[in-house]
Write a protein that binds this ligand. Structure first.
Ligand code: ASP
Length: 304
């Protein structure tokens, strides 16, 4: 079966239709479209799911509209602490958490996977590791944007730790899942986390099985209240429901996004692709920035 599938997300949250101007919507859709094209071109040329999800996430990290890489959200301390993870269906994986200087955290996750026997590196040591691998490094100012600072002021005035799409100037965590023509699956997620999170807080994105997962049955990338996704092992639970529970991909993905995550005290959405290349993109919020491109069809983006 020489078909391929790529799905991406740019975060879930309260994306009110009335507040999103046509011009703003067009900007988001262009960012999503560029990421789909970056990853889809690799899959169309026979490239791997791993390379495709990295290319898509890297494109979204470089776009300041989304909460990953440049344009990440601020912690309560006014710092930017980013998380990223990558996993393949052969169980290889790499992740970083609390990094502050790596231009593309998803590339650091790939280096952890390929260049070390480990899975997860944290903090300043992870930044140093990425630098030693020759990855592009930036000063903290590269990641900061004025609208993220404004979001922090709003969140601090309201005394909340907020999902980025629940704040003014909302934008979101990013992720990608893919099935390549060889049948391999991969998932990647990258985020600045939640606005006004305490320094040192680790969300679901870099934790395998919570915000990111891939095995032979399914690849998953999540977005939403990280603590709830951690509490119900959201991404892995989809695999369990398929492999052990006899559910279809769509049933399993909806069960987790629409029931388990709210029961665990949060909200959000996810993207998933199964071994047959079927995508699922459920969300329990007003909107989720998302896109799908399958071989033989046109790339599609959506918000609500
Ligand atoms: N899941 C991310 C976190 O909790 C936030 C998001 O998806 O926007 O760090």
């Amino acid at each position: 079966m020489s078909t391929w599938t790529l799905a991406i997300h740019g975060g879930a949250g309260t994306v009110s239709r009335t507040e999103l101007s046509p011009a703003r919507e067009a900007e988001y859709r262009a960012g999503l479209r560029a990421a789909l094209e970056a990853g889809g071109a690799i899959l169309a040329a026979g490239g791997s799911a791993e390379e495709a999800v990295i290319a898509a996430v890297r494109s979204l990290e470089d776009c300041p509209l989304f909460n990953a890489g440049r344009g990440s959200t601020f912690t309560a301390a006014g710092t930017i602490e980013m998380d990223a993870a990558l996993m393949r269906s052969d169980s290889q994986a790499g992740a970083v958490t609390g990094v502050m200087r790596i231009r593309n955290p998803i590339l650091a996750a790939r280096e952890v996977m390929h260049a070390t026997p480990h899975v997860l590196l944290a903090g300043a040591a992870a930044d140093d590791f990425a630098g030693s691998q020759g990855l592009a490094m930036e000063s903290p100012d590269y990641f900061r944007t004025a609208h993220r600072r404004a979001q922090l002021d709003v969140a601090q005035a309201a005394r909340v730790v907020a999902l980025d799409h629940d704040l003014p100037s909302r934008m979101g965590t990013v992720g990608a899942v893919a099935r390549d023509i060889s049948g391999a699956l991969a998932a990647a997620t990258s985020t600045g986390g939640m606005t006004n999170k305490p320094a040192g807080r680790v969300g679901d994105a870099p934790i395998l099985g919570a915000g990111t997962w891939a095995d032979r049955a399914v690849a998953v990338s999540c977005t939403g209240t990280g603590e709830a996704f951690l509490r119900c092992a959201a991404a892995h639970e989809i695999s369990a429901l398929i492999r052990l529970g006899g559910k279809t991909l769509v049933e399993a993905a909806e069960e987790v996004a629409l029931r388990r995550v709210p029961e665990a005290g949060g909200k959000g959405g996810l993207i998933a692709v199964d071994a047959a290349g079927t995508p699922a993109l459920p969300f329990g919020t007003e909107g989720m920035y998302r896109g799908v491109w399958r071989s033989g069809s046109e790339p599609e983006t959506a918000i609500h």
